[in-house]
Design a protein around this ligand. Structure first.
Ligand code: HQG
Length: 203
């Protein structure tokens, strides 16, 4: 009886322990970027299709990657997902499917439940867009939603990708009370359709 128990606990330990591969940060980032490309924007570049909720079978993905000279082991895929700085990807419960948590430009319905946002959410944008945003509000541009963050650091980093970052403060709770819908992703990115200029605080 005792033996059986020990055997079982060793099994669960081995099964749950993350497998660490020999990848360095640069390789992880490169793989994450390519995954973002195929799981958010261009699945056809490796000949895969996402289902209506953005999922693809892990085996199908790995086979397609290998066929397109981007071979990745299951262990490396798991490591990229687990260590990703913004938790951009999720496996389904039994680990047989994978999808990007947000940021798609292809038509997917992610199925997140509407949620009540905190009072303030942030959006970082480069200086050159501020004037248009003051006129039009925040638009989703090529994505399915406007992306908002709970913290200043992430938002500033987002704005910094394209120029001198400007931090906009969105009165999210007021927007919600005025009838605007918000969704929240598992990695705590808040999504909404459009932020009218009157809810934006400019520095
Ligand atoms: C701007 C990354 C002119 C908006 C990031 C942004 C984020 C306007 C750009 C996530 C505008 C769109 C999303 C208007 C919005 N006039 N410019 N009316 N309304 N803009 O990349 O929010 O690394 O589609 O400010 O970290 O920058 O991909 O959106 O500058 O979380 O996981 O138009 O993407 O995450 O750019 O970034 P994007 P974003 P990942």
């Amino acid at each position: 009886m005792k033996l059986k128990y020990e055997h079982l606990s060793l099994y669960s330990f081995v099964k749950c322990a993350p497998r660490v591969t020999e990848m360095n940060e640069k390789e992880r980032r490169k793989k994450s970027k390519f995954l973002s490309l195929v799981l958010r924007h261009q699945p056809h570049t490796i000949g895969i299709e996402l289902d209506e909720a953005g999922w693809v079978d892990v085996e199908v993905l790995l086979t397609a990657l290998a066929r397109h000279n981007k071979r990745m082991s299951r262990a490396k895929l798991e490591e990229v997902v687990r260590t990703n700085d913004k938790q951009r990807f999720s496996f389904n419960e039994d680990g047989t499917r994978i999808r990007a948590n947000q940021g798609h430009s292809v038509g997917v319905e992610l199925g997140y439940e509407p949620a009540t946002p905190p009072e303030i959410l942030f959006h970082g944008t480069p200086q050159q867009f501020v004037e248009t945003i003051a006129e039009q509000g925040l638009r989703k541009m090529n994505r399915h939603h406007v992306h908002l963050h709970v913290d200043v650091e992430t938002s500033t980093a987002v704005g910094q990708r394209r120029g001198k970052p400007v931090l906009l403060k969105v009165r999210a709770l007021d927007m919600h009370q005025a009838g605007h819908e918000f969704l929240v992703t598992p990695n705590n990115v808040w999504l909404t359709d459009h932020v009218p200029a009157e809810f934006i605080g400019f520095p």
